[in-house]
Write a protein that binds this ligand. Structure first.
Ligand code: BDP
Length: 599
């Protein structure tokens, strides 16, 4: 059990969440001087201003600042009007990329490895009435013992250069909101829910993790605020008569209120939205509330102009509107868990999410996307410098993601890796405990998967038997037989026939397929990179998918154009978006829209 709460911050008559977002102070620390010179206690010696939340990279005009790799610091003042006795105080970051140490008034309060999940620092003993100095030492280096994997190269001038074994820019900084959270001394820490549906009834089994010897009271209210069920005790069952189910693209959310009670007095209270629904895999079908669902949507990135990987409600809202316009119903959080606000919005909109940990780059290549797309394998687990440390960090990410996201009705399943090396015994031995862990800690036992690229072929892959549904990334017509859609189609069918013959009786989902496409390029007859080619490629892929009943989903790569590192294969980023980076449709978006209207 944790000694602090990672629950999404809320304010009510007992708890308070004070947003600390805004313009913070910031300083690069290439010499790693900050700790020796006590920047956390003394304040940053030469700070500039920096928006939070946002990546730091794209606010700059100098290349060295955009591409900076190493230590960097953020600080801000936190005003505490009063410190209430009998209360606990926390600073909660939605994420800090990729690792950080948090200080309050110069004293270390928390450390966290991994750039895509919350960091919580208890500051009860460190916070003073009035002005407090909150400092964060962060670092964005990549290595092979933490995820995502990569390495650090040295430029000619000696500066560090992050080289990810992945195809997205190594955006860094405080990417999500920061809150000062006040809770009672003994508080609600967490809750779990499982669902069972019978004809006109839903059974919700709950378990509340709360401190102290208090009574626990759980209440469920519908959208109009009417009480529909309640129960007492740390564990119990809520029975809902004639429930309104959470359905795909037709969401209905109830409010679950957890109360800690000392007699008539309420000691703590937490309200969360929940959706009554079940998810399951049955043979080749993905079932939501017992009904088959075909997944339609995208692999995405948290990526936008200027803010980089920083969360913005406006960008997220636009993305949901675009996805709804296309008749999509699902996305994968490629290649890392997204800001919690995405899941809250998906809960409201009735979208399904395949939730992925940053298990990416587990194939040693700077242009992994090229090698893997074309089926050229690169090793990894056999000669990884410290596979136990990597596994420890990977396990922590799986655990933190599931703990954070388990109560979202939108979350359909968990993805443990993207395009890892899966053809050796070592890879199987590495991944098997991660799959076990995910199954063990998710109270709802949602399906667990991993995403396979071309070299993880049927005859070589050691890991697909671990998966509840199989996710494939395939680029026939782009990395393979690019420019020859007929030939590509034949090769694609040849591979799919082999999977069909195996008769695995599990659903397959295409989690990536796409072509780089310039929104300015038209050509008749089509050529690679033209808008016409993207549409024709999509049509070819759809015709292949439709031949196989076990194909139960298509998540195109990518929702929108996104930033990558520089190189001869990327024209200022990956252009496989169905939308531009400014979220305007390319022609192929209309192809998807038409198909998904009826599919
Ligand atoms: C796959 C990766 C993805 C890349 C994509 C591509 O999973 O991150 O962006 O290919 O090449 O290898 O566009």
């Amino acid at each position: 059990m944790l000694n602090f709460s990672e629950l999404y911050p809320v304010s009510n008559e007992i708890r308070q969440a004070q947003l600390l977002d805004g313009l913070w102070r910031f300083q690069f620390d290439p010499q790693e001087a900050g700790e020796k010179e006590q920047w956390a206690a003394r304040g940053l010696p030469a700070p500039i201003s920096m928006p939070v939340p946002a990546s730091f990279a794209d606010v700059f005009t100098e290349a060295w600042q955009r591409d900076y790799c190493g230590d960097f610091w953020y600080e801000t003042d936190v005003y505490a009007q009063e410190i209430r006795p009998g209360q606990r105080y926390f600073i909660r970051f939605g994420s800090v990329t990729h690792r950080c140490r948090v200080y309050m008034n110069g004293v270390p309060a928390a450390e966290h490895e991994g750039g895509f999940l919350p960091v919580v620092a208890e500051v009860t003993a460190l916070l003073r009435p009035g002005r407090n100095l909150l400092s964060v030492k962060a670092n964005n280096e990549l290595n092979e013992t933490s995820i995502p994997c990569g390495t650090v190269l040295r430029r000619a001038d000696g500066s560090k250069q992050a080289a990810g074994y992945f195809d997205f820019f190594n955006y860094s900084g405080i990417h999500r909101s920061v809150c000062l959270v006040r809770t009672p001394e003994e508080a609600i820490q967490d809750y779990d829910l499982t669902y069972r549906l019978e004809e006109n009834r839903a059974f919700i089994n709950y378990s509340v993790d709360a401190e102290g010897d208090y009574g626990v009271c759980v209440e469920l209210r519908d959208r109009d605020g009417a009480l529909v069920a309640s129960a007492q005790g740390k564990t119990g069952e809520l029975i809902v008569e004639n429930p309104r189910l959470w359905q795909v693209r037709n969401a209905y959310l109830y409010t679950l209120t957890v109360l800690l009670k000392k007699g008539a007095q309420t000691v703590d209270r937490y309200d969360g939205k929940i959706g009554i629904r079940t998810v399951a895999i049955e043979n080749e079908k993905i079932l939501v509330n017992g009904q088959p669902v075909y997944l339609k949507g995208f692999g995405k990135h948290e990526d936008a102009d200027i803010i980089g990987r920083g969360f913005s409600y406006a960008v997220a809202k636009r993305d949901f509107e675009c996805m709804k316009w296309l008749n999509a119903n699902c996305f994968r959080t490629s290649h890392y868990p997204y800001a919690e606000e995405w899941y809250r919005m998906a809960d409201e909109e009735g979208f399904l999410i395949i939730d992925e940990v940053p298990g990416v780059g587990m194939m040693r290549s700077i242009a992994n996307f090229l090698a893997s797309g074309a089926g050229k394998s690169n090793g990894f687990f056999g000669d990884c410098p410290d596979v136990n440390l990597l596994l420890k960090n990977h396990k922590a990410a799986v655990e933190e993601m599931i703990r954070r996201d388990k109560n979202h009705p939108s979350v359909l399943g968990w993805s443990i890796f993207n395009e890892a090396e899966t053809i050796t015994q070592a890879s199987h031995d590495y991944f098997a405990p991660l799959f076990d862990l995910a199954r063990e800690i998710d109270p709802q036992h949602r399906p667990v998967t991993g995403v396979l690229e071309k070299t993880s072929s049927l005859d070589r892959c050691q890991c697909y038997p671990l998966m509840d549904f199989i996710c494939l990334n395939r680029y026939y017509g782009w990395y393979i037989s690019g420019g020859d859609l007929k030939g590509a189609e034949a090769q694609f069918i040849e591979e799919m026939d082999q999977w069909a013959e195996k008769n695995l009786r599990v659903p397959f989902v295409f989690t990536e397929f796409g072509t780089d496409t310039l929104d300015t390029l038209h050509k008749l007859p089509s050529v690679m990179w033209s808008q016409e080619y993207q549409s024709e490629y999509m049509d070819m892929n759809f015709s292949v998918f439709d031949r196989y009943a076990f194909v139960q989903g298509e998540l195109a790569w990518n929702f929108a154009d996104f930033q990558t590192g520089q190189g001869v294969f990327r024209v200022n980023g990956n252009k496989k978006g169905l939308f531009t980076r400014a979220r305007q449709p390319k022609d192929a978006a209309y192809t998807m829209k038409k198909r998904w209207e009826v599919k």
